[in-house]
Design a protein around this ligand. Structure first.
Ligand code: AHR
Length: 506
């Protein structure tokens, strides 16, 4: 019998807004993400706009990426922003000690990043250097970016060709301070973060949204320590003056850190372990949110998962420090599982960034010289864009949820979510089982749904992926598996498929 999930959705009980910033992205000076991925330089054979690849920009505009985090990652904590301004040929060079130990020529700096964000029509998310930088560097960078009129940093920006300030809101305070960002304990980082956040002043009309670097995985002690520091010792001042959000990072892999598993060659056991670990993100978000609730019950401080995604062994023959990996239908399903968990916690989770956008980890696009390929994960993002800024609709399972035992844990094999905006409802559903079809039966309550049309992302093999020679092996197709019968929507889900259906409300 086909496994089936029955559930009901109250269409007239919209929940919190699913911020479009939950679909954020991340670009680090790592491998070929910036150099070769986004930036090719003005003299390149690759068609470019002021040195920035046109094909990459056009593809990313199509998925409406809402924000882009830069310059790291670990790199952010050894980046001195003043090295990346002024005439390119005169910019100092440095060694990128975290990623491949290669020389960084600083040709892609603040002005180039802001130009990229303008082309992408996305909001910048800048990460300040707390690990090896100074409070003054943080303070000056914010002034350089956002202050209008006449001031030392505003003048310097003008001399470098951009008299007007930029509109920068998202500002990260450090990155993984418990590891590459300084090997600090939470108790050491918290006062440092307060100091940097204090001098990250509001210069422009729009206040900064300061995001304190947070925990690894389920380190709830880290979150609690930061929450204490955010909410105490500020006298009469509003704690939100200091931090507006706290982050955490979580990556999915099928193996151990030392052997994370292949991106394209994996057994069924490895596949299911991947699903189990991807689903763990739900528990982690709930865990961090619960700690935050104790200190901030009205949910003023946001939670930001500003690094997530799959992390596999690098493609054979590539630089181990460059984190270049292929991307299969499995990666798209991992993304779907994350989106569903994000929507269910949209009341606290305000921002998330997949790692990373181009050529690194779970990328949207892979480039090779002048060629570019869209990944299955790209398509999962594109198909989910109707959820941006929509109101979450809670999906209530009725009866037994189809599951499978994986590593001693019962893992749901169908993942689903729904949202509503502008008189339409979007339902997304993933059948995580690569060997059997599934059915989703949704009772729609509260409103009458009219037309239903959708698309499906599916492949013969869950390891299927796109290459320059075969770029459309995994690509969305029209979906004919939706049946709307009065107040009931039935979706027939092929094995290992991701479906998005749009319903008009009568
Ligand atoms: O995304 C790759 C790396 O993963 C980032 O630089 C770091 O923050 C994390 O450990």
């Amino acid at each position: 019998m086909t496994p089936s999930l029955s559930a009901v959705v109250d269409l007239d009980v919209p929940g919190p807004v699913i911020s479009r910033h939950l679909y954020g992205h991340f670009a680090e000076h790592l491998g070929r993400c910036i150099y070769g991925g986004f930036w090719v330089g003005e003299d390149s054979d690759v068609p470019n706009e002021g040195g920035i690849r046109r094909d990459v920009v056009e593809s990313l505009r199509a998925i409406r990426i809402p924000n882009l985090r830069w310059p790291g990652g670990c790199f952010a904590d050894e980046y001195h922003w003043q090295d990346g301004i002024g005439p390119r040929e005169q910019r100092p060079r440095m060694v990128n000690t975290h990623w491949g130990d290669v020389e960084e020529n600083n040709h892609f700096g603040t002005h180039e990043f802001m130009a990229l964000c303008e082309l992408l029509e996305t909001e910048p998310y800048i990460s300040a250097n707390v690990g090896s930088g100074s409070v003054k560097e943080t303070s000056d960078w914010v002034e350089y970016l956002t202050r209008a009129g006449d001031s030392p940093m505003a003048r310097l920006r003008g001399q470098n060709g951009h008299p007007e300030p930029w509109d920068v809101r998202f500002f990260g305070i450090g990155n993984e301070p418990w590891g590459c960002g300084g090997n600090l304990r939470a108790e050491q980082f918290a006062p440092l973060a307060r100091q940097h956040a204090t001098y990250a002043r509001n210069h422009g009309e729009r206040p900064l949204y300061r995001i304190a670097a947070g925990a690894a995985d389920g380190d709830y002690h880290w979150t609690e320590t930061l929450m204490k520091q955010v909410t105490t010792g500020l006298g009469d001042r509003n704690p939100r003056e200091l931090f507006q959000a706290i982050s955490f990072h979580y990556y999915t892999m099928s193996g151990a850190w030392s052997d994370k598993g292949s991106a394209t060659e994996f057994s069924r056991d490895e596949y299911w372990t991947t699903v189990r670990r991807a689903q763990h993100v739900r528990e982690l978000i709930a865990g961090h949110a619960a700690v935050m609730d104790a200190y901030d019950p009205t949910k003023k401080i946001g939670l930001a998962l500003d690094e997530w995604g799959t992390w596999w062994n690098v493609e054979p023959g590539t630089n181990p420090g460059f984190l270049y990996q292929q991307n299969t239908m499995r990666d798209a399903l991992v993304a779907a599982v994350h989106f569903d968990a994000f929507h269910d916690h949209a009341d606290r989770l305000r921002l998330a960034n997949i790692a990373q956008t181009v050529n690194v980890l779970q990328a949207m696009v892979l480039t090779d010289g002048t060629r570019m390929v869209l990944t299955p994960t790209y398509h999962a993002f594109e198909m989910s864009s109707a959820h941006h800024d929509a109101r979450a609709l809670r999906v209530h399972p009725v009866g037994a949820v189809p599951t499978r035992e994986v590593d001693g844990v019962e893992v749901p094999t169908v993942s689903t979510t729904a949202s509503t905006t502008d008189g339409r409802v979007t339902v997304s559903a993933a059948n995580l089982d690569p060997d059997a079809p599934a059915t989703l039966e949704l009772g729609l309550r509260g409103c009458r749904a009219g037309d239903a049309h959708g698309r499906v992302l599916v492949a013969d093999d869950v390891a299927a992926h796109n290459t320059a020679a075969a770029p459309d092996v995994v690509a969305p197709q029209e979906y004919d598996g939706a049946r709307l019968d009065g107040g009931r929507l039935t979706l027939d889900l092929p094995p290992a498929a991701f479906v998005t259906v749009s319903l008009g409300l009568a």
